[in-house]
Design a protein around this ligand. Structure first.
Ligand code: NAP
Length: 285
């Protein structure tokens, strides 16, 4: 991939700790090249707790914006001059636009997930959804699912975290629960969709589900979505596929949140269907 650099080229980046594994530079520079935009997207390690000096530095250096990954999404919230509705709702910022020295915080994770569901032909309105996990990714997903009109059971190993997440829902459609097998079976039987927002099944240190028999209680028509995209098929997705469920991994979310972020940075509308196809090929290689 070749990005042409000029003196006028506007700078973007992703910050995180760690961040060198991030796919964002590949994704964003692919889109920038495909759209012929005068931007470049870099990878910038920023240690935990250093968002304030980084933001000053980014403003001074003339960055047009940046994305944030772990562990910076919450730390950025009070540093923003302006927050959009989703960033305020979710209490986390993954996209910062810098305009005339002002930092505007967005969160594209929740909307990115809803768009990925749309690609599967799933409309969350009126559905009952079982989400496993109550970490940062699950929070964005659950709050947007509620906003989209779904009732969501939020099952988490640390049930207090699920309860805390549910308190943030202004619509009261999120219901906390524990992660016991019996609970998962009972709630799966009522679900139209199951989403894994835990790190169980992730390559590396993600760990694994002890038991998949809760999938036997899930109605066959209910799709199973994993937010994890590495590996491309987690054991949860494999078990669901073997039981006849439609499945999808987290690649849809990864792609849609990035497309939405680039639209915020540049103001250029992007054909998500066409761009998604291009990104799928780049990320598969
Ligand atoms: P996080 O904030 O660290 O949350 C991790 C979640 O996993 C928590 O709910 C945690 O439960 C649960 N968990 C961890 N180990 C567990 C175990 N042994 N048994 C049961 N639950 C366990 O992480 P995150 O940022 O939300 O990310 C979660 C997953 O989503 C990761 O695998 C990540 O790769 C994926 N993700 C994908 C995208 C994408 O673009 N597709 C974006 C963001 C994240 P406790 O609260 O009890 O610890």
């Amino acid at each position: 991939m070749l990005v042409e650099l000029k003196n006028t080229t506007k700078k973007l980046c992703v910050i995180g700790d760690p961040v060198l594994h991030s796919q964002s530079p590949l994704i964003q520079n692919t889109m920038i090249a495909a759209l012929g935009l005068d931007y470049v997207y870099l990878c910038q390690p920023v240690p935990r707790g250093m968002c304030k000096p980084w933001l000053e530095c980014a403003k001074f250096a003339g960055y047009a914006g940046f994305n944030a990954t772990m562990p910076h999404k919450e730390e950025l919230v009070p540093l923003m001059d302006e927050l959009d509705r989703d960033a305020a709702l979710i209490g986390a910022v993954n996209t910062v636009c810098i305009r005339e020295g002002r930092a505007i915080g967005h969160n594209t994770d929740g909307e990115g997930f809803l768009r990925a569901l749309g690609d599967l032909g799933v409309d969350a309105a009126g559905r009952t959804i079982l989400v496993l996990g109550a970490g940062g990714a699950a929070k964005a997903v659950c709050l947007k699912l509620s906003q989209a009109g779904a009732k969501v059971f939020v099952c988490n190993r640390t049930v207090e975290k699920a309860a805390e997440l549910c308190k943030h829902d202004p619509l009261g459609r999120l219901l906390p629960a524990n992660f016991e097998l019996e609970t998962l079976c009972r709630l799966a039987a009522q679900a139209d969709l199951l989403v894994n927002g835990t790190s169980l099944g992730m390559a590396g240190t993600g760990g694994q589900f002890d038991d998949f028999t809760f999938l036997d209680a899930l109605p066959r028509e209910a799709p199973v979505v994993d937010l994890i995209y590495h590996p491309a098929e987690t054991e949860l997705l494999r078990q669901a596929r073997l039981r006849g469920h439609r499945t999808a991994n987290g690649m849809g979310l990864l792609i849609h949140q990035a497309i939405l972020a680039l639209e915020h940075f540049t103001g250029v509308p992007i054909d998500a269907g066409e761009m998604g196809k291009l990104l799928q090929t780049v990320l598969r290689d």
